[in-house]
Design a protein around this ligand. Structure first.
Ligand SMILES: [Cu+2]
Length: 123
């Protein structure tokens, strides 16, 4: 109970809590294959903007901002992080189910911000 209260306070103080890992990682088989993917973010695109992974993969995605602060959000995996100006952020998820998982920039970065997105295709 105490830890829940502390967690709530931490989330409240931090404004937007960073979630770097998909909850499904907890139930992932220990021998799931790992795939590391590098991505860059700049006004107003992610490169690559379409990522294809195999079902059952533990995906580690390292994102580098080439310019300003960006964000990275995958709604369906519950992932939300900030990528600092000229910095990096790493997110992880378990590609448990096949499907298309859209992602987008979650930190306002200018005129083209709302079109800064892409998708993960799990096959
Ligand atoms: Cu943006």
């Amino acid at each position: 109970m105490k830890s829940i209260i502390v967690l709530v306070i931490v989330i409240a103080l931090s404004g937007c809590a960073a979630v770097k890992k998909d909850k499904a990682l907890e139930s992932m088989p220990y021998d799931a294959p790992v795939q590391k993917i590098s991505m860059t973010a700049k006004r107003f695109e992610f490169t690559p903007e379409v990522i294809q992974v195999k079902q059952g993969t533990h995906v580690i995605l390292e994102i580098e901002s080439l310019d300003v602060t960006h964000g990275f959000k995958i709604e369906q995996y519950g992932i939300l992080v900030t990528i600092p100006e000229k910095g990096r952020a790493t997110v992880e998820f378990y590609a448990k189910e096949p499907g298309t998982y859209p992602f987008q920039c979650s930190h306002f970065c200018g005129a083209g911000h709302f079109g800064m997105n892409g998708k993960i295709v799990v096959e």
